[in-house]
Design a protein around this ligand. Structure first.
Ligand code: SD4
Length: 324
């Protein structure tokens, strides 16, 4: 049985769930307002260091952000990729949706747009992100690092390899926070009126090649919303996941009458066919508020937590799904 309204998000980011619910129900905001508020809460709190400023430094040590928001009533979408020096990436994504005819702005020009729209320019580097960067430099800086490129160690170190994250994941997590590091907030909000909105925000992959944009700001990859079918949002190895548009697939499966859990599983299975143990998860909700989730089993990642707040739970509840 389904219960609207619904707020649902990836991982255990409970304050984000509550922020979205408060905006939707207590402040009588729209589902767009709520999804923005939820993701913005994580950006502010730097959820697990993987959302917002001060996390996932790239090969040059800089933190950049990816975010999107999609309105399933109008099918409008705004997104930013590789956003520099602006903390509130989901706010900028909403500005792209509401103040331009475009869908996705990237890089320095996206930052210039953000500043034009009144967002503050600030350094996204913190002691924490610098430490991560310098630790990585110590072990990974090889001068002649990219094929057919003359060595220029002053420029960058690399090549980018996701190993540090995978190695880290296969270790026993030390704390609850460690367990969930390096993850994106993906949120689905369905208003009482049936409006489906999906949003994401992340600082992406650690030690990425500068310029890399992940799945989170890509329509149908990081998230998708269509009020005539449902919504979905993904987290995990975006470089792989974005090739399969898992959020779009899940929403289309729900449109055809498939239940949300099966839709999520099918979207993950499609990727597993080619990448047996990729790291990734997806949450799905049908337009009536039924929901489900699925994740791919990966060393050190056997279950995936997600948050649900609806008129039945009447409070934020963390649920878990076993990965397969
Ligand atoms: C990305 N999907 O940029 C994001 C990061 C993430 O777990 O969710 N990591 O690839």
């Amino acid at each position: 049985q389904a219960f609207l309204p619904l707020v649902m998000n990836t991982w255990h980011f409970e304050n984000a769930t509550v922020a979205a619910w408060d905006r939707l129900v207590r402040a009588r905001g729209s589902a767009v307002d709520a999804a923005e508020a939820g993701c913005a809460q994580c950006e502010l709190e730097q959820c697990d260091g993987s959302v917002g400023y001060g996390g996932s430094p790239d090969e040059l040590g800089e933190t950049t952000l990816d975010a999107m928001i999609m309105n399933g009533d109008t099918m409008d979408l705004g997104a930013v990729g590789n956003l520099h020096r602006v903390k509130n990436a989901v706010g900028v994504a909403r500005a792209v949706m509401e103040h331009t005819d475009h869908t996705l702005l990237v890089g320095e020009a996206a930052s210039a747009f953000a500043q034009d729209m009144g967002f503050k320019a600030e350094d996204l580097t913190t002691n924490r992100s610098l430490n991560i960067f310098f630790q990585w430099l110590k072990t990974n800086c090889q001068p002649n690092f990219r094929k057919n490129v003359l060595p220029d160690p002053s420029k960058s170190c690399g090549p980018y390899k996701p190993e540090p994250k995978q190695k880290w994941r296969s270790q026993k997590p030390r704390t609850q926070t460690d367990l969930h590091s390096h993850d994106t907030i993906g949120m689905i909000v369905i208003g009482q009126n049936g409006q489906v909105v999906a949003a994401t925000s992340t600082n992406g992959a650690t030690h990425k090649v500068p310029g890399r944009v992940g799945d989170s700001p890509v329509a149908g990859a990081g998230a998708y919303a269509d009020s005539t079918a449902g919504g979905a949002a993904a987290t995990g190895q975006g470089d792989i996941m974005m090739r399969f548009l898992p959020s779009y697939l899940a929403v289309e499966l729900m449109r055809s009458g498939i239940d949300p859990t099966t839709a999520c599983k099918t979207a993950i299975s499609r990727i597993k066919k080619y990448h047996g143990d990729f790291f990734g998860a997806i949450i799905c909700a049908s337009k009536t508020g039924e929901y489900g989730a699925a994740c791919s089993k990966h060393p050190g990642f056997g279950e995936f937590p997600f948050m649900v707040f609806n008129s039945r739970t009447n409070r934020p509840v963390m649920e878990k799904v076993d990965c397969f």
